[in-house]
Design a protein around this ligand. Structure first.
Ligand code: ADP
Length: 265
């Protein structure tokens, strides 16, 4: 990535045939990145050409979730960068550009803006059906930059069933809408799971996903709750080792919920 160079033309602008879907959440830790990585793989399993931009620059985790080895960099051809491909997904992340020990913690807004816009302009993804963008949690600088760069993008809002997550998730959906983006649905993650003896464990309560969907719905344009993904040791495990659950344990309940989500997009 080079500082100061003006971005070339935007391949994912309004005239592009690629669907751009931002995955947002109000706060961190709700499983947004885990869901995004698995959703990308599930879409690729359906035969779509899928790109994934890790715009969660302070908490980047996409390379690890997809099993891309540390130190992997894009392939450079002249001044284009070809993203690595993992499980059928072309993925790019700030983690691929940092030298050992380097961190983006101290970066200011303009630097973040330049980095994210170069992900979108200087990385050659080829013809994509879908570009997923793993957004940073909340409504900070990057969300605003991407809102300006991709005003036609669609938005998926991820929340847990808990009020603390759903209240801020509503705010992130409303901010996205202010920049002209369309909220296409809500994904509830870490929902109740069922033990082998039939006991239902709802660690994070219930109802957050439905509450966000209802709050973001407007007369004539309802926002559906598209998926409720249960708490799942297999989903967590797959993320830890870079082997997405939709491939590693396709019969797991979370894997099934994510595939069903992919089928609805
Ligand atoms: P975010 O991107 O919202 O900060 P992450 O995707 O990093 O969240 O997930 C936070 C943690 O929760 C990770 O350790 C992940 O493995 C775990 N996790 C996410 N979704 C689930 C789930 N449905 N069941 C169990 N663990 C989950």
């Amino acid at each position: 990535l080079r500082a100061g160079r003006p971005p070339r033309h935007m391949p994912f602008g309004p005239e592009s045939l690629t669907r751009v879907i931002l995955v947002s959440s109000g706060k961190g830790g709700v499983g947004k990145s885990t869901v995004t990585a698995n959703l990308a793989v599930a879409l690729a399993q359906r035969g779509l050409a899928v790109g994934l931009v890790d715009a969660d620059v302070h908490g980047f985790s996409i390379p690890g979730l997809l099993g891309i080895p540390a130190g992997t960099q894009p392939t450079r051809i002249d001044d284009l960068m070809l993203p690595p491909v993992a499980h059928g997904v072309k993925a790019i992340s700030i983690g691929m550009f940092l030298r050992d020990g380097e961190s983006v913690v101290a970066w200011r807004g303009p630097m973040l803006h330049r980095t994210v816009s170069q992900f979108l302009t200087d990385v050659f993804f080829g013809d994509l059906d879908v570009l997923l963008i793993d957004m940073p949690p909340g409504t900070g600088d990057i969300a605003i930059s991407i809102g300006q760069l991709l005003p036609h993008a669609e938005v998926l809002v991820v929340t847990t069933p808990q009020a603390a997550a759903s209240e801020v998730a509503i705010r992130s959906g409303l901010v996205a809408r202010q920049t002209g983006q369309r909220v296409i649905g809500v994904v509830e993650n870490m929902a109740a799971y069922t033990l082998p003896d039939g006991t239902v464990v709802d660690l994070f309560g219930a109802g957050g996903g439905a509450a966000v969907a209802e709050a973001l719905s407007e007369p004539g344009s309802p926002v559906p709750l598209l998926a409720s993904i249960p708490l799942s040791p297999a989903l967590r495990r797959g993320g830890d080792v870079g082997d997405p659950v939709v491939i590693a344990e396709p019969d797991d309940a979370a894997a099934t919920a994510i595939r069903t989500l992919a089928a609805q997009l």
